[in-house]
Every structure is written in structure tokens, then in C-alpha cells.
Design a protein around this ligand. Structure first.
Ligand SMILES: [Zn+2]
Length: 345
């Protein structure tokens, strides 16, 4: 094989092609030319095949020449394809809306917070947020959480290395959103109804149902003659709108330092309608939140204008409610940034 001659012919052919299609080529012709010259049965492939059996002293020079001519053909094809695409772009209908960049969407936790707060907004609650760096006074003392309570222990709260405030005590990452009860009522005259979504922090070991950071929504309402029945009415309406229309609530007596009486609230299991299934651990009920009437000792920390008022409060875990609604098995999925999970919502 006279490979030098072959390569020279190819070079000349390429120059001819360049001249011939300088103005215009269609995609079909271009593809045919690509297959003809660069395809499995093309002359360049034949040269590569010859390279394998070529005399040893010619291999180096031949290899370089074949690679060079292959590169020349390839770059011409790429160049022509690009100019073709550019040309198509030009003649495209300019009234067609442009392609929108992918913007992503709100995280499922944000969506859940928005969904829950919008229910309470519809019931007349104001929406507030508060500082994630709290003080002992608001996080514990004003909420009737005694200095001996285990949650105040350094093992159960993230204390910060900031010099403590003389009156309000040590600084910490809030362990719940309840401190905003007192902060809001210090700032606003009664009556007040507010909902407070936000991040909270606890030094829990991370597993399928625990995280050192999660989201809570605190809600409370203070007015003249507020009764437990008002609390039940508000929570039932919330459960109907967030979970399902004919949901039933069950209030179980419980203890929280900042409410008296206190209750844990269960919803009837939607899957089995109370019959018992694996989702509700055969009980027919699923625990969703804690609540109660605001403790008189909390009122003692409020401005005097709150004398003679009563109120109720409740707190719920956003992740928990979201996991229940969508059957999400592991809390860590919320924070793993896995698009396969996030894009489902
Ligand atoms: Zn069930």
C-alpha cells in the first residue's frame, strides 16, 4: 500500500469538500460524508488497519500522518455541524418562547412549612420567626422549665461559648420554637395568635428518626376566656386540612412544663381507618404533636397587661408531619441533598 499517496489523496479530497460545501451543506450530506471517510469501511480506517501490519521503520511516520488526517476530517465535520446548527438557530421561529433555564424548586421541608403555616394563617394566626441563638431565660426559665430539668443539661442543649447575659443567662441554640411565645407577648399586647416555624437544635445522635437539627412549628393563642375546647377546634381544623378530611383526633394526657393541662395528640390512621396496620403500629392512631393550656407560671413572666388572660399552645415537628404524610422512612433523606429524593416533591 502506498500510504503516502493515499494520505495525499485524502488531503486533496478534504480541500475539495471544503471548497464545494463552503456555503451550504445539509445535515444528511454531512453525515454521509462522515460515514464515507471516517466510518468502519472508510479509507482512514483502512489506513489504521494497514498501520498494524506496516513495516516497523514506517510505523511512526505513518501513525502520525493517519492521526493527523483523521483529525482534519473530524474537525471539519464538527465545524460544519456547528455552523449548520447556528444557521438553523437563525432561521428558527423567533416567536417561539425561549427555553427556560432549570430553576429547581423549594425543598420539601420549606413546602411543608408553607403548607402548615398557610392553614393557620387562614385561621387568623400571624406568622413570626425568631432567633436561633437563644438565651436560657426564653428557652427555659420563662417557660417554667426549672433549672433542675434534664433538658437544661449540657448533654441535651447546645450551649454557646458566649459570655452569659446577667439577666437572661447563657446563650444557646434554641432547643424548641416555644421561646417565641414569651418574646412575642413581651412585644405585643393581647389578644395574640401566632405561629412560629423554624430550626431547632438538640445534641441527639443521628438515626432514622433523629437529627441534631430539625424544624418545629410553635403555635399559640392568648385571649380572654380561651378554653381547651378552642385548642381542640383549631387542631382538628388543622388536621383536616393538612392530613385528610374525616380525620379524628385523640388527646392523651401528658406532661409539659409550659402547659397545664397538657396533651399529646394522635390522628386516626388514614390507611386502616383505626383498624390497626403497620403504619400505626397496630394501634389505629399516630402521634402528631404536643399541646396544652399555657401554664400560669408562664403568664407570671409576661407583661402585666396579660393578667386575666388565658391561652393555649402547641408544637409540632415539621419533619415528622412530612414523613407521616408522604410515608418517608428516614429523616436523613431530608438533608442528604439527593436529587432522586428531592425531585419527587
Ligand atoms: Zn393504621
Amino acid at each position: 500500500m502506498d500510504w503516502k499517496k493515499e494520505i495525499q489523496i485524502l488531503e486533496e479530497t478534504l480541500e475539495q469538500l471544503k471548497a464545494r460545501y463552503a456555503d451550504r451543506i445539509d445535515l444528511k450530506t454531512l453525515e454521509e460524508l462522515r460515514v464515507k471517510f471516517l466510518g468502519k469501511k472508510g479509507p482512514i480506517k483502512a489506513l489504521f488497519d494497514f498501520l498494524k501490519i506496516a513495516p516497523k521503520d514506517e510505523k511512526r511516520e505513518l501513525g502520525q500522518a493517519v492521526n493527523r488526517i483523521k483529525g482534519l476530517f473530524e474537525s471539519w465535520i464538527v465545524e460544519m455541524r456547528q455552523s449548520l446548527e447556528y444557521h438553523e438557530e437563525e432561521i428558527r421561529d423567533l416567536t417561539v418562547p425561549s427555553r427556560l433555564p432549570s430553576l429547581g424548586h423549594r425543598h420539601i421541608i420549606t413546602q411543608t412549612i408553607d403548607e402548615i403555616t398557610s392553614v393557620f394563617k387562614g385561621l387568623g394566626f400571624a406568622i413570626a420567626t425568631g432567633p436561633e441563638i437563644e438565651q436560657e431565660y426564653y428557652n427555659f426559665t420563662a417557660l417554667n422549665i426549672d433549672i433542675t430539668h434534664p433538658s437544661r443539661d449540657a448533654f441535651d442543649t447546645f450551649y454557646l461559648k458566649i459570655p452569659p447575659d446577667k439577666k437572661k443567662g447563657k446563650f444557646l441554640l434554641r432547643s424548641h420554637t416555644s421561646p417565641m411565645q414569651v418574646r412575642i407577648m413581651e412585644a405585643i399586647s393581647p389578644p395574640v395568635a401566632a405561629i412560629v416555624p423554624g430550626r431547632v437544635y438538640r445534641p441527639d445522635a443521628v438515626d432514622a428518626s433523629h437529627s441534631f437539627m430539625f424544624h418545629q412549628i410553635e403555635g399559640f393563642l392568648v385571649d380572654k376566656a380561651v378554653k381547651f375546647s378552642h385548642l381542640k377546634g383549631v387542631l382538628l381544623e388543622f388536621a383536616r386540612r393538612y392530613f385528610y378530611e374525616d380525620v379524628k383526633l385523640r388527646f392523651r394526657p401528658h406532661y409539659f412544663p409550659f402547659t397545664e393541662p397538657s396533651a399529646e395528640v394522635d390522628i386516626s390512621c388514614q390507611l386502616c381507618k383505626g383498624e390497626g396496620c403497620s403504619a400505626c403500629k397496630q394501634t389505629g392512631w399516630i402521634e402528631v404533636l404536643g399541646c396544652g393550656m399555657i401554664h400560669p407560671n408562664v403568664f407570671k413572666h409576661l407583661p402585666s397587661e396579660y393578667e386575666g388572660y388565658t391561652g393555649f399552645a402547641f408544637g409540632m415537628g415539621v419533619e415528622r408531619l412530612c414523613m407521616l404524610k408522604y410515608g418517608i422512612p428516614d429523616i436523613r433523606l431530608f438533608y442528604s441533598n439527593d436529587l432522586r429524593f428531592l425531585s419527587q416533591f
